[in-house]
Design a binder for this molecule. Structure first.
Ligand code: PLP
Length: 411
């Protein structure tokens, strides 16, 4: 198995030529089948396989132990003209060969609606989460689940409480549909201030949004404090626990709020295949809630997901190798970011996610422009933290480029 980075810096053309023949041979059955259907698609797949088989990456020089997680250890950086993307908290690595093969093998499903195979994924997720099928709502990325909840609980004058800054998707969608949002500043450690949030609850409060780990700070809420908070307030409002980055949490045995869903609490949990599983472009995520809530959410889902995403998500749940690889590479990249920031004496918050929030000490809009000039895109401003910046983890190469660029623009 091999994983392909979406980076931009490898110079692999020469090696691609050398390896083309063997790859073409190895993938022939799929190659021929796709060629008959879609010549353009075939070209893309072929290009990726050339690169993958080349077995050359500057990242490889650094990976050592982590690379050994992958059985054939061929991490390749695709030569791409675009900027380095450290702005959207994506996984910079595409999933395994096995996953890509699976998607092409299921190409014929394109003419079918996804409903028939969706139930298979529901079964797999329910098993993973330890709940029954009627607790699961599959969505087009977790964003669709956030929107559905924002709509249901935000309409008809519903009021929502959330930290500030936090992930805006649910809040903005709810606001667009008439909700009033109470934004409660983070505390001094830039963590959720649960006490201040509780103080905002009133008769019209319909939902309390907790992004955990929080985007953009990468902080987590103390586990027992969060459980107590949910238990104390879930009769006053539904608690929404956005766990998009749950897999990256570094604290041992940190609980998912799914535990409370299992106890019949008024809690909704959202999870996604976009981050640790590297499937952001396919759009698949899910909600976990007790059946009465889940059925309301299901009725508000608009886009659903698609056949490739469903097949890929099923495969992702089995692909322990890629899962471990993603976690390990993310940790490696975060350590590289910490080192850069330590070298520069810049303050940052140790992160439980795949991004780091740091105090740049200068207007983030200015820093963004300077970094853009170095071909690196970093996170948008998160007011009121206008002198802080959010940097997503990238490939090993990306992190080296970030180190050089940030030192150049900051010194
Ligand atoms: C906290 C959080 N939740 C949810 C999402 C949405 O991800 P997706 O719709 O790809 O599942 C993101 C995206 O960055 C996020 O940061």
């Amino acid at each position: 198995m091999s994983f392909v980075s979406n980076g931009r810096h490898g110079n692999v053309g020469f090696f691609c030529l050398i390896h083309f023949e063997s790859v073409h041979y190895n993938t022939e059955p799929t190659f021929i089948r796709i060629f008959k259907l879609k010549p353009k698609f075939m070209n893309q797949i072929n290009r990726r396989n050339w690169l993958r088989s080349a077995g050359l990456s500057s990242g490889m020089l650094f990976l050592g132990g982590i690379d050994s997680i992958a059985s054939n250890a061929t991490k390749i950086t695709i030569d791409n003209e675009g900027p380095i993307l450290l702005n959207a908290n994506e996984n910079p690595y595409s999933p395994s060969d096995r996953m890509q093969q699976l998607i092409t093998n299921n190409f014929d499903l394109t003419c079918r609606y996804p409903f028939r195979i969706l139930s298979d994924l529901v079964v797999d997720i329910a098993e993973k989460e330890g709940v029954s099928k009627d607790h699961i709502v599959i969505t087009g990325g977790s964003t669709e689940g956030l929107h559905a909840a924002g709509l249901i609980y935000g309409m008809h004058g519903g009021e929502i409480i959330a930290a500030d800054p936090t992930f805006q998707s649910l809040l903005k969608y709810a606001e667009n549909h008439g909700a009033k949002i109470h934004r409660v500043p983070l505390n001094e450690s830039l963590e959720h201030d649960l006490e201040a949030m509780a103080a905002k609850i009133n008769k019209r409060t319909s939902l309390i949004f907790i992004c955990n780990p929080n985007n953009p700070t990468g902080t987590i809420v103390n586990a027992s404090a969060l459980k107590d908070f949910c238990k104390s307030h879930d009769q006053q409002a539904v608690i929404f626990s956005d766990e998009a980055y749950y897999d990256f949490i570094t604290e041992a045995d940190y609980p998912s709020m799914t535990d409370l869903v299992k106890q019949g609490r008024n809690v909704i949990v959202s999870k996604t295949f976009s981050k640790v599983y590297g499937l952001a472009g396919l759009r698949v995520g899910y909600l976990i809630a007790k059946p009465e809530i889940a059925s309301k959410l299901k009725a508000s889902v608009m886009a659903n997901t698609n056949v490739f995403a469903i097949k890929a998500a099923q495969e992702a749940l089995k692909d322990d190798e890629f899962y471990k690889f993603s976690i390990a590479k993310n940790m490696e990249a975060k350590k590289m970011i910490y080192k850069t920031l330590d070298d520069l004496g810049l303050k940052y918050i140790p992160s439980h996610s795949n991004f780091v929030f740091f105090e740049s000490g200068r207007p983030v809009s200015e820093l963004n422009s300077s970094m853009r000039a170095e071909n690196i895109i970093i996170g948008r401003p998160f007011p009121p933290f206008n002198h802080w910046a959010r940097i997503s983890t990238g490939t090993t190469d990306d992190m080296q480029q970030f180190d050089i660029a940030l030192k150049k623009v900051m010194l």
